[in-house]
Ligand binder design. Structure first.
Ligand SMILES: NC(=O)c1ccc[n+]([C@@H]2O[C@H](COP(=O)([O-])OP(=O)(O)OC[C@H]3O[C@@H](n4cnc5c(N)ncnc54)[C@H](O)[C@@H]3O)[C@@H](O)[C@H]2O)c1
Length: 244
């Protein structure tokens, strides 16, 4: 049985990833924060594709009870531990650095970096023995390029790349692979209302924004044996914007 735990699976990339992995035989643990309706919709669609799904609610802006909540969730539901963790949930809260207060910086770091650290640590301890396991971290081009008004977001996404490499090194011998995706601009709720984005489009070699499904397909590849010799890597999926 293949089981994936996906954070922020009630919308956008997380939802699309849940549906894509379900179509490829994964049962899904749908993590969500506040958007219960979105999570229920994901659950319905996963089950329509013939796979099992479970809902896991937790606000990732405070990780103090996260490990205990995970312990209880797996005990109460009597399900085995997954072999895939997708750290997808993320937020941005933009303003020029001189105007950014500590709470604004902290909240983004907590959801985007601290929570993936706690989740990765917990799952590395609990991934089933002998089972090939994967962690996929959803980073951003902002983590490589920086971005005006996004000191907090860019720092969190750059930090996620360091986390990816360190966890990859520490866990390679145990058969746990850890990779990251640097997502370009993708049409989801997250980018709604960001004014300067249209100016970015002409700078993208492919001259368009991405679709959630184009990220989900790469996640599916990283979750499969087709990528069995890859760990510690960052894949840019951004229409050709970053070429490193
Ligand atoms: N859309 C883009 O252009 C883009 C670009 C680069 C990176 N990303 C990254 O992709 C990931 C998914 O974003 P998306 O574009 O699908 O946007 P989205 O807003 O639809 O998804 C973000 C998800 O994170 C969850 N979340 C946010 N705060 C949470 C909290 N405190 N507790 C629990 N869950 C919380 C939300 O409920 C939501 O499901 C994010 O990590 C984002 O940074 C997106």
């Amino acid at each position: 049985m293949k089981l994936a735990f996906i954070t922020g699976a009630s919308s956008g990339l997380g939802k699309e990833t849940a549906l894509t992995l379900a179509r490829h035989g994964f049962d899904i643990i749908i993590h969500f924060g506040k958007n219960e309706q979105g999570a229920m919709e994901t659950k319905k669609l996963v089950e329509e594709s013939g796979q099992k799904s479970y809902l896991f609610q937790y606000d990732l802006s405070d990780v103090s009870n996260l490990e205990e909540t995970l312990e209880n969730f797996f005990k109460d539901n009597k399900i085995q531990h997954p072999s895939v963790l997708v750290n997808n949930a993320g937020i941005h809260s933009d303003s020029p650095a001189p105007l950014m207060d500590y709470d604004q910086f902290d909240k983004v770091m907590k959801v985007n970096l601290y929570a993936p650290f706690v989740l990765s640590k917990w799952f590395c301890r609990h991934f089933r023995r002998g089972n090939k396991a994967q962690i996929i971290n959803i980073s951003s081009i902002s983590g490589k390029l920086g971005n005006i008004g996004q000191a907090n977001y860019a720092a969190s996404k750059a930090g996620l790349l360091g986390l990816t490499k360190s966890f990859a090194l520490e866990n390679a011998k145990r058969g746990i692979r850890v990779n990251a995706i640097c997502v370009g601009v993708v049409e989801t709720k997250m980018i709604e209302g960001i004014e300067h984005l249209e100016k970015i489009k002409p700078m993208i070699p492919m001259q368009r924004f991405g679709k959630a499904s184009e990220i989900a397909q790469v996640i599916k590849f990283l979750c499969s044996d087709d990528s069995s010799y890859m760990t510690g890597q960052t894949i840019n999926v951004d229409g050709g914007l970053i070429r490193d």
